[in-house]
Design a protein around this ligand. Structure first.
Ligand code: NDP
Length: 292
């Protein structure tokens, strides 16, 4: 038999999650601050609670998917959490995840924080490749892992409740850099008569081909060896950057998405790392560098 659960938040993501559990036969109680969004799930078989407290009282397993950490604090203010298994799928920072875990534990709940690596249409679609990063109570995760795996994939990344948010934000931050590059590339070709649709397959294939560089960088960061077997050393890449910047100028495109990274490379070169692979540049971003 499927265990009952509660979903707090029937926004785009909360509603998708609730529907996936309902479709799998779980009894689901939903609550949403604006009642109409919860009531829309009644047609799918959800029980609608009149308050967050009533919804939390309805099931031991409570999934929270609200806008941000502040809304979680607001929605659960004064709600009895003793003996509950709280799974927080609200996006937040690592510090918010840790503070929320301490807050929940002090109220007698077990706590798991989650970072959703999917958009709502991927929820309930087993082939979508989406997943949720989890961290916090390993006990809670083990006990509910089959239920948690119903809407999308699961990846448990450790007892530290800040890790789900840390991994989530690290992945999103890398994506942000990728989208900056995509934006610049389309701006460059956009100055000519090249249809974006003709260029897009080249762009997607190139980014895919370059993605495994993350593994090589990881190897160097773990070994601390940035000099052995270098294919494209920093000095060569900095010279190449001049061509990227000149081309932006020729095409009448602002280089503002490129220069933060090219400037950082130039600084690392000036510190004497020209013969190395650029993976060691992460050191330059450490704001506590030189403090200890
Ligand atoms: P929506 O904007 O669709 O829904 C936000 C939800 O938060 C609504 O249920 C809203 O209630 C509720 N809410 C906001 N403020 C409060 C408050 N002060 N007290 C109580 N409830 C509140 O967002 P999503 O469902 O898309 O996102 C939910 C979470 O999922 C976010 O943390 C988001 O980052 C994360 N997520 C979303 C993804 C997406 O693509 N949508 C992808 C990955 C993660 P009301 O209806 O009353 O306004």
């Amino acid at each position: 038999s499927r265990i009952p659960l509660t979903v707090l938040g029937a926004g785009a993501m909360g509603a998708a999650l609730a529907r996936a559990w309902l479709a799998a036969g779980h009894p689901v109680t939903v609550w949403n601050r604006t009642p109409a969004r919860a009531e829309a799930l009644a047609a799918d078989g959800a029980g609608v609670a009149a308050s967050a407290a009533e919804a939390v009282a309805a099931s031991r397993l409570v999934i929270v998917c609200l806008l941000d950490d502040a809304s979680v604090g607001e929605a659960l203010d004064g709600v009895a959490l003793g003996g509950r298994d709280l799974v927080n799928l609200t996006t937040g920072t690592p510090a918010e995840g840790r503070a929320r875990a301490a807050w929940a534990t002090a109220r007698g709940a077990r706590f798991l924080d989650g970072g959703i690596m999917a958009v709502p249409p991927m929820i309930g679609d087993a082939g979508s490749g989406g997943y949720v990063l989890y961290s916090g109570s390993g006990e809670l995760f083990e006990e509910h892992r089959d239920t948690l795996a119903v809407p999308t994939g699961t990846r448990y990344v450790g007892e530290d409740p800040g890790f789900a948010a840390l991994y989530d934000v690290a992945l999103l931050s890398a994506m942000s850099g990728m989208f900056a590059g995509v934006t610049h590339a389309f701006a460059l070709i956009g100055r000519e008569d090249v249809p974006p649709k003709d260029f897009a397959p080249l762009l997607a294939d190139w980014l895919t081909a370059m993605a495994p560089a993350a593994h090589q960088a990881a190897e160097r960061l773990e070994s601390g060896d940035h000099g052995k077997g270098v294919v494209s050393n920093l000095a060569m890449q900095v010279a190449g950057n001049a061509t990227l910047l000149r081309t932006a100028g020729e095409q009448g495109v602002s280089a503002e998405l490129l220069t933060p990274y090219t400037d950082l490379m130039a600084r690392w070169l000036a510190e004497g790392h020209g013969e190395e692979d650029p993976a060691g540049m992460v050191e330059l971003l450490d704001l506590r560098r030189g403090e200890d």
